[in-house]
Design a protein around this ligand. Sequence first.
Ligand code: NAP
Length: 291
Amino acid sequence: MTAKILDGKALAAVLREEIRQQTERFTAGTGIQPGLAVVLVGDDPASGVYVRNKETATIKAGMKSVMKRLPAETTTEELLALVGELNADASIHGILVQLPLPRHIDERRILDAIDPRKDVDAFHPENVGLIAQGRPRFLPCTPYGIQQLLIRSGIETAGKNVVVLGRSNIVGKPMALLLMQKGPGGDATVTVCHSRTANLNEVTRGADILIVAIGVPRFLKADGVKPGAVVIDVGMNRIEEDGKARFVGDVDFDAVEKIASAITPVPGGVGPLTVTMLLNNALTAARNAAS
Ligand code: NAP
């Protein structure tokens, strides 16, 4: 068996066009242009690339993009002051602070200070609580992108054994929450694994759908996958190979694609969908502010 490739890039293009049209209609009807502020502290090259991608996508969707670049030595208090200004700015509907922040900054205090109505990453405890209760204000970007990829690829989740490898607040935990909710793209029986999971391969081999988000290049091998399983690779790891820098996922793609029924590539799988769902949340924030 050779796996079907789940083309996140192509789906992202379709969804972004839908969001652009919805934004156009919203702005025509209300006179309000959704505004998204992205805050970048320091000069991490990978974060710089992610932030530029977000800026370009925001503008293409017909939204206002506001970039705030701060030096690496910015203090927690200074960053809190900027978040306060953005919270108070009525032309800004969504605020995103690019992670990771420099180590001396209190990340938790910063994320908690973002107005939950503008928290387009859905990291604020209020928004996480709403997601957990199945009545989300914003959907977590990467997990929601994966859920949409499954739905729009015709992959049923109801009644399936889904294993999520990784328990981070950004991917693993909210992914599990979405999959266990009632309704389309949910109703799954979810198992969450992490670095302390015993007999990991045995657990992952029980999965009909396997979602891998651990940040270890090519970690999941073919012997950890049930033949015919659907494999979603969230990993985005920069490695040097044959003298060249490249990005690889958390899945050993070449080996796993031979036994999976469907698999996401890296790059071009989950990544483009994450940015797309950020735009979706920015539009939701503007709509909520207008109503
Ligand atoms: P993270 O916060 O570092 O969390 C990693 C998780 O994986 C932790 O729960 C950890 O377990 C678990 N883990 C690590 N090594 C393991 C091992 N050997 N066996 C089993 N579990 C292990 O990472 P993250 O933010 O979720 O990101 C994961 C990956 O996804 C990274 O490559 C990141 O770049 C990528 N990512 C991509 C997107 C996208 O849009 N494509 C978005 C976000 C993240 P413990 O909890 O026990 O430590």
